[in-house]
Design a protein around this ligand. Structure first.
Ligand SMILES: Cc1cc2nc3c(=O)[nH]c(=O)nc-3n(C[C@H](O)[C@H](O)[C@H](O)COP(=O)(O)OP(=O)(O)OC[C@H]3O[C@@H](n4cnc5c(N)ncnc54)[C@H](O)[C@@H]3O)c2cc1C
Length: 399
């Protein structure tokens, strides 16, 4: 294998995590190749919260200027009474978030962030991202790592990073075969053009309504003149083979009929084909995010329920920390083990906290106005400056 600036990383998955990883490793002096299963690059049509910790990562990755016109900065998030819609709490965002955390709290469209990351990675070389290359196996040898694609081709490099999401194939090489856990919650989400939002339902920044057995979030994507909505409810089983299907908005609308009328009206206003239903899966925390020359990042490492709005943020943080460590640790195995020590505690804590947040936002446990991702201090983490654990030797395979 080559050494020094020519060291090569194979990254599996061109989602937000994999693309951020490519930029971070390039910044660390590595040659990168991204293998993506999908024939075409893209993201689902939905909004995305970029908390200040995510924005710090975006800044370090060098794509903040390209994101500038694709961000909406809400002045606040209000909590609304489920029955009346009256404000019952307010979390300040806007300039206060910038003063407090050194970076904004923003909303974007998932496709906006994805497009910006794709453009930045393609600027490293048109053939850096190979689409239509699903990976089915990965392995770590003494002096190289490898992956095998569905069409039987073997790719080798100094390291392999699995950024292939919830159902990661690379994860199997690190942690063995495990099935994702259906969490008992489903989400319906969609986007409404402002002029189709029912009267009184467009919040100034963002609004959250929670109570026994239901939860709904609405926020503005000002730069696209779209309102994002996501409604959650428990559902015992998930019979569909796919984890995301086109939904009849009447089904969630009926669930919200007893709450203040704007919520069900939002769901009913979504056009056929523009409301999707997602079964929410997660996994138990992993003891390690690395095995030999293989590392895991994003949902491949720590898939979590979306109730903290932090999954993509943590994927971005992973990428920055991996890049920083790869730039200063010569031995790839030791570097990946160090990366795992840096990231596993935060990733695992967030996975478990997201389960508690699911209960809080459905009427069980603490009041979400008192305990939430901000009061738990998730926003204060800056992956570009956080102290890294000391370097040490390579790991054994986790059991
Ligand atoms: C309803 C909902 C709302 C959410 N809201 C937020 C939010 O507001 N803020 C936030 O930070 N997070 C949010 N999240 C979480 C966030 O979406 C994920 O954590 C994030 O997308 C993970 O990114 P990733 O790159 O790790 O994985 P993914 O986005 O899953 O990307 C994985 C990529 O790998 C590819 N791939 C998969 N398998 C293979 C294979 N075998 N070979 C090659 N390629 C492969 C896939 O095609 C895909 O491109 C939400 C999640 C849900 C379900």
């Amino acid at each position: 294998m080559t050494r020094g600036p020519q060291r090569k990383a194979l990254i599996v998955g061109a989602g937000i995590g994999g693309l951020a990883c490519a930029l971070a490793l390039h910044r660390a002096g590595w040659q990168v190749q991204v293998l993506e299963r999908a024939a075409e690059l893209g993201e689902v049509g939905a909004g995305l919260t970029l908390s200040p910790n995510a924005m710090q990562a975006i800044r370090w990755l060098g794509v903040e200027p390209a994101m500038q016109t694709r961000l909406s900065l809400p002045p606040w998030q209000v909590a609304e009474d489920p029955k009346t819609g009256a404000e019952i709490g307010r979390l300040v965002r806007g300039d206060a978030a910038i003063r407090e955390y050194g970076a904004p709290y923003a909303f974007t469209h998932r496709a906006d962030l994805h497009e910006v990351l794709v453009a930045a990675v393609k600027a490293l070389g048109e053939d850096v991202i190979l689409t239509g290359r699903g990976v089915c196996a990965a392995g770590s040898e003494d002096d190289h790592a490898w992956v095998r694609s569905d069409d039987g081709e073997t790719f080798t490099a100094d390291i392999v990073i699995g950024a292939d999401g919830l159902r990661s194939a690379v994860r199997t090489a690190v942690a063995g075969e495990q099935t994702p856990r259906y969490t008992g919650f489903i989400a319906w989400r969609g986007l409404l053009p402002y002029d189709q939002v029912p009267d009184g339902a467009l919040p100034v920044g963002s609004a959250i309504t929670f109570g026994p057995g239901r939860c709904m979030v609405r926020y503005r994507l000002e730069h696209r003149q779209l309102m994002n909505f996501v409604a959650f409810a428990p559902q015992e089983a998930w019979a569909e083979e796919s984890w995301s299907v086109e939904a009849d908005p009447e089904i969630p609308a009926r669930l919200f009929d007893e709450w203040h009328p704007a919520l069900a009206a939002v769901l009913r206003a979504s056009r056929p084909g523009s409301c999707h239903c997602w079964a929410l899966f997660d996994r138990d925390p992993l003891p390690s995010y690395s095995y030999g020359r293989i590392g895991l990042l994003g949902d491949a490492a720590h898939p979590m329920l979306p109730f903290l709005g932090l999954g993509a943020a943590l994927a971005l943080e992973d990428a920055v920390v991996l890049g920083r460590i790869m730039a200063e640790t010569a031995d790839p195995r030791a570097a990946l083990e160090r990366y795992s020590r840096a990231r596993q505690p935060r990733g695992s804590a967030a996975q478990l906290e997201a389960r508690r947040a699911a209960l809080r936002l459905h009427g069980q446990g603490e009041d979400p106005r008192e305990v939430n991702e901000e009061t738990l201090d998730y926003f204060r983490h800056d992956p570009a400056t956080v102290t890294l654990p000391p370097a040490s030797g390579a790991t054994e395979r986790p059991t």
